[in-house]
Design a binder for this molecule. Structure first.
Ligand code: GAP
Length: 475
């Protein structure tokens, strides 16, 4: 196992041990590719959401946010193409009966080869996927002797398409007419509300509609922790533009989204763009923003130039005119769309992977180490930990006064148990950027020790300045 894989396993264990992520229904042995967020995970996730929402809506006067339902009229998914096309090529092993996504099976095998051989295999696969050449993909798997991880055999079925949408029944009657889907993306809730928002908000093209919400996909291969889940959240924005201007807006959103990622202080070398090889038939252009996870560069966000495909499809299937009258050019048209779509759970995983560090703090006379989450202060679940040095002499009272003053403004944590050093380490492990210790000197001169998570430096500052200092770092 490589060091990076060890690091990833350590991150998964850390997420569980410190209340970030638990396997869903763990007491019943869990549910594959479904996860729950614990007490600190839920805070971190919410902070990522808020950061995205604020940057998309509050900081863009031309973007508004909505919150559409998960259930939608089933024709939505006919119109969007998901009923007919939202499928992946799959292959089953006849001996183990295990089903694989063809690209994941081949990618998994490529990882076991030398870089050169792996890249060549992936290039062949990409070419066949682009051509929808299922027989060719099967031959590629067989000629490379790619085995099933369970049975160890190469006894494969034909490659077939498998739809990823979950369906359920609406109401009490079980018939085909009442079959509805759990949305596989949030985008369609935006498209079907285009006119509602445009008219009620008196929005002028170009403008955007943003949304955060759950999406569901019956992913066949559940791998890499919360990277690929069956129930996950997306943060999507559809930007509606005048036809002919889509290229310029696509470039602008590509740049803006990368800047958003970098604004969190991540090393730019950890990110790159990857153009889509196989464009959807309606797309002008599509690119992924990839991040270097411990298991390699993988997609976190997609930016897609979708043309007028979605609105036109809904216009056709609903038989309702979905057009915009552009007063600047005196023309009616169906706007074109640039989409930015990021997985919230993937962004969470990225944030944790990027922040996780194991540090050796040993000195000549003492062995020491710590695990620290170097989270951006604005995303940290707890912003300030407040520690009275002892449980007596009026120190807890002073500490609680500070707590009461700060907690309406940001999330604080109060603790009086254990040695200060151990209390610091626990906060390092959940990424708390600041710890304040109230000691006897506080009573004399009104100062406290503030300890900075990343440098571990401590300084004395007036108690009255703590709140403003933390606020200045988290806004
Ligand atoms: N509306 C466009 C759309 O849904 P996508 O590339 O299928 O495009 C967008 O998904 C983003 O959603 C991805 O970049 C990824 O971050 C996230 N995502 C997709 N499938 C996921 C899954 N099974 N688990 C977690 N996140 C997922």
């Amino acid at each position: 196992m490589s060091t990076d894989q060890n690091k990833f396993q350590a991150i998964i264990s850390h997420c569980k041990e410190y209340g970030f992520v638990f396997q869903s229904s763990e007491i019943y042995d869990g549910l594959s590719a479904v996860y729950d967020y614990g007490q600190y995970g839920a805070e971190l996730k919410k902070n990522i959401k808020d950061y995205w929402w604020k940057s998309m809506t509050q900081l863009h006067e031309d973007i508004v946010g909505i919150d559409a339902a998960i259930f939608m009229h089933p024709t939505t998914w006919k119109a969007s193409g998901h009923v007919d096309n939202f499928s992946d090529p799959m292959i089953d092993n006849k001996d183990s009966k295990k089903r694989y996504r063809v690209d994941h099976l081949i990618e998994g095998h490529a990882e076991t080869l030398s870089k050169e051989a792996g890249d060549a295999l992936l290039a062949q696969m990409d070419e066949l996927l682009k051509e929808n050449d299922f027989a060719g993909l099967k031959t590629l798997i067989e000629s490379n002797k790619i085995k099933c991880s369970i049975s160890g055999t190469v006894n494969w079925t034909e490659v077939r398409q498998f739809n990823l949408m979950f369906s359920t029944q609406l109401g009490s009657v079980t018939d085909e007419a009442s079959e509805i889907y759990l949305r596989p993306e949030t985008a369609q809730g935006i498209f079907v509300n285009f006119l509602n928002v445009q008219k009620t908000g008196r929005m002028k093209v170009p403008f955007g509609i943003a949304q955060i919400g759950k999406a569901f996909r019956n992913e066949i291969v559940a791998r890499q922790f919360i990277f690929r889940m069956r129930e996950f959240e997306q943060m999507e924005m559809q930007f509606f533009v005048r036809p002919g201007t889509q290229q310029e807006w696509y470039e602008k959103w590509k740049e803006e989204r990368m800047q958003w990622h970098l604004s969190l202080g991540t090393d730019p070398a950890k990110y790159h763009f990857k153009d889509h090889i196989k464009l959807a038939h309606y797309a002008d252009a599509a690119v992924d923003i990839e991040y270097e996870f411990p298991f390699g560069f993988k997609e976190v966000e997609g930016i897609h130039s979708r043309g007028d495909f979605d609105l036109k499809q809904h216009q056709e299937y609903s038989k309702k005119k979905i057009q915009y009258f552009d007063t600047e050019i005196n023309q009616n048209y169906v706007p074109y769309v640039i989409e930015t779509s990021i997985g919230l759970d993937r962004m969470f995983l990225l944030t944790i992977c990027n922040a996780y560090a194991e540090e050796d703090l040993s000195t000549a006379d003492k062995q020491d180490s710590r695990v620290v989450l170097r989270l951006p202060a604005k995303l940290a679940p707890i912003k300030l930990a407040i520690f009275p040095l002892t449980k007596k002499d009026g120190l807890p009272e002073l500490a609680k006064e500070l707590m009461n003053d700060c907690k309406p403004a940001f999330h604080c944590f109060y603790e009086e148990k254990d040695a200060i050093g151990r209390r610091y380490r626990r906060q390092d492990a959940i990424g708390t950027p600041f710890c304040v210790t109230i000691d006897h000197q506080t009573k004399e001169d009104g100062t406290v020790t503030i300890r900075h998570r990343d440098s571990m430096e401590q300084e004395r500052i007036p108690l009255s300045e703590v709140k403003a200092l933390v606020l200045s770092k988290i806004l």
